[in-house]
Design a protein around this ligand. Structure first.
Ligand SMILES: Nc1nc2c(ncn2[C@@H]2O[C@H](COP(=O)(O)OP(=O)(O)OP(=O)(O)O)[C@@H](O)[C@H]2O)c(=O)[nH]1
Ligand SMILES: [Mg+2]
Ligand SMILES: [Zn+2]
Length: 305
């Protein structure tokens, strides 16, 4: 039995790296499930597993070690199944673009809320700065100021002409690159490594969206750390969140919500709601409050499933 790190998943098989640095392909038995997590993929990139080799040479994953953490998302808003993006992370870098394609603030906030829920530090990387109009540059500054004020580190980059100083934020860490399809995750990863590690796609003219070029997650070794390229995510449904806890995952709503009249205030019209007052006077951004409400809405939806 060997201990191995899962570095690539392809749906039917897994590529693992053994202690001696060699890689090998593994399978799992059909009924392999992890207790408590209902997901379409029981084993994820970043998992440490035990591998057993049978006499005919096939490798089987027989056990998964407890995870430090993981990032999970509901495949679509209506599905009950969840998908684990990766496990055992030091940080998540969410790549976003203001256009080609446009990343919505709802998507950003849902993603950040999930990172809070699963205790993974998140950073925001705004890509494709070369494409921004003057108005969009102003918009970028506003968004960066908003998220920096919430203590999320932000960066503005052009992956096509990358200033390599950004590399230092990945040193000695396991980092998941996430974001909508077409925002430039794979382009960015290639630029970091200075070579074609992974395929990149293009943006459809008709829909101004990415073409889902990356179809499986894969991790690449970098300065004693790892960078994980993942397929583009469309929606980001909240997983396993109770209504009452959603505000805990919005840093400023949580902080200000402590001053609401009622301890169980959901900030949806209750009397003497401090969050309501803060939205009115601008201490809480409307975009953030709307994202919060949209996650609350998911919980109502979930009741009827
Ligand atoms: N102008 C410009 N284009 C970029 C930049 N970064 C990436 N692109 C382009 O955006 C398109 C999509 O890039 P990818 O790296 O494949 O995007 P992805 O996020 O990996 O997409 P999926 O694998 O589908 O999730 C390609 O045509 C890239 O050349 C950038 O900084 N500026
Ligand atoms: Mg890609
Ligand atoms: Zn309130």
């Amino acid at each position: 039995m060997d201990r191995a790190l899962v570095i690539k998943t392809t749906g039917s098989s897994y590529l693992v790296q053994l202690a001696d640095g060699t890689t090998t392909e593994c399978h799992i038995k059909g009924n392999f499930r992890i207790r408590g997590i209902r997901s379409t993929n029981p084993v994820a990139v970043g998992d440490y597993v035990s591998v057993e080799t049978q006499s005919n040479g096939t490798n089987w994953i027989t056990e998964i070690e407890d995870r430090k953490n993981y990032i999970i998302r509901r495949s679509t808003n209506l599905s009950k199944e969840s998908h684990i993006l990766a496990a055992n992370l030091d940080q998540v870098a969410l790549i976003v673009t203001l256009h080609h394609p446009e990343t919505s603030t709802t998507f950003i906030d849902r993603f950040l809320a999930t990172c809070e829920a699963y205790c993974v530090p998140a950073i925001l990387i705004f890509n494709k700065t070369d494409l921004l109009t003057v108005e969009e540059q102003t918009e970028l500054m506003k968004l960066r100021a908003l998220y920096e004020s919430l203590d999320y580190p932000t960066y503005a980059i052009c992956a096509k002409n990358l200033d390599e100083s950004i590399k230092t934020i990945f040193s000695k860490k396991v980092t998941l690159l996430a974001g909508n399809s077409g925002v430039g995750k794979s382009t960015f990863l290639n630029a970091i490594f200075g070579c074609e590690k992974t395929r990149t796609g293009h943006i459809s003219d008709a829909h101004d969206k990415g073409m889902h070029t990356t179809t499986f997650s894969e991790m690449y070794a970098l300065d004693e750390g790892w960078l994980i390229d993942t397929p583009g995510i469309k929606g980001f449904g909240a997983v396993q969140m109770q209504k009452e806890e959603i505000s805990h995952y919005f840093r400023e709503i949580f902080r200000i919500g402590r001053d609401c009249r009622y301890g169980n205030c959901l900030h949806t019209g209750e009397p003497e709601c401090a969050v309501h007052d803060a939205v009115v006077d601008g201490r809480i951004a409307i975009s953030r409050f709307e994202s919060y409400l949209s996650l609350l809405g998911d919980c109502d939806e979930a009741k009827y499933r």
